[in-house]
Design a binder for this molecule. Sequence first.
Ligand code: NCD
Ligand code: ZN
Ligand code: ZN
Length: 429
Amino acid sequence: MSTLLITGADLAGSGAQDLLVEDGVITRVGSIGSAGGAEVLEADGLVALPGLVDLHTHLREPGREDAETIASGSAAAAVGGFTAVLAMANTNPVTDTAEAAERVLDLGRAAGLVDVQPVGAVTKGLAGEELAELGLMHRSRARVKVFSDDGKCVHDARVMRRALEYVRAFRGVVSQHAQDPHLAGSSACCHEGELSGRLGLPGWPGIAEETIVARDVMLARHTGSRVHVAHVSTAGSVEVVRWAKAQGIDVTAEVTPHHLVLTTDLLAGYDPTFKVNPPLRPQEDVDALRAALADGTIDAVATDHAPHARHDKEHAFVDAAFGMLGLETALSVVSDTMVRTGLLDWAGVARVMSSNPARIAGLEGHGRPLTVGSPANLTLVDPDARVTVDRSASLSLSRNNPWHGRSLQGAVEATVLRGTVTARKGALA
Ligand SMILES: NC(=O)N[C@@H](CC(=O)O)C(=O)O
Ligand SMILES: [Zn+2]
Ligand SMILES: [Zn+2]
């Protein structure tokens, strides 16, 4: 029997306790003192959160193993405090069959650092036309419950309606990349406004997101099904989600760490590191997103970790790939932005980074309170540590890190997956 004793951890901010973990399960909580033969993790001054769950990660395998692999992305996730990640379907080939989903699951298990749960594509090849094998993916060993064409919007309302009807049968969910392709085409790359005009960059207006969010919540109401809005980026989308929840519509939403902090004016230097989809927005949107995360309108923080190889990212701004790294910095960004400022307490962080995402994805065994009988998936955080982000220290294979050089308060100290320490102080254990 393997035994782990965690001493003096503050359980999501509710007071110091010891935790005894036997064979991957929490068996005692309280004042334990010592346990003969147990591996000991001293956690005085640290906050213990249920293991972080990321609803939105791009792991790039199969197809772009030069940018990330399931193993390298899992390592970055573990170091970032995650015990489960949902791997987006926009790989090559696309995760649009049961076999493809099972392969991602198996590669995740082989890496063994986090639970890698495949997201299934909504449409074959992400082409937006024919529904993928949603039922077969759900009934496969991968038990797919979250479907997304992320990277692309399911823009045909009829296809979206059919997808929602289909997943309703097994309480699945469609995670939508909300971008009307006519209002914001594939070259749109800068928040539409005075700055996009001045920089001469194709504008990506907030309304291109908001009209899709509004349509989708109405489709969710009509079908009695469940929709999740990926990477919400504007105050207008927040308003729609708030309204829809008040009507009892089954909608959830996520925000990325970068949209909680970074603003469109960073594009003035044409640095492609800051090119992302949806684009960075003005401060008013950032403020609305923070407020919505604090009041529960936005359910979850999701990284949208989007690694890209140098030869795809280091181009003129308009030609560079969209996306930025996020797994290793997410907790520090949320701590610095939401906790240090008093917008969320640690129980709130546990909600938006663990229990809510686990519930949305239907991941049993994750996001559970740290009580007797729960699987020992947890993250220890030093709330006072100051970190300066260094992109070269990353375990990701890519270096498109928008946080490089920033100082943030709050850092992951250790990650535990079913009783096994997977990472400590920025390195694999
Ligand atoms: N977020 C991004 O800018 N890029 C993502 C796709 C996506 O999330 O839309 C990617 O796969 O690179
Ligand atoms: Zn997207
Ligand atoms: Zn994405």
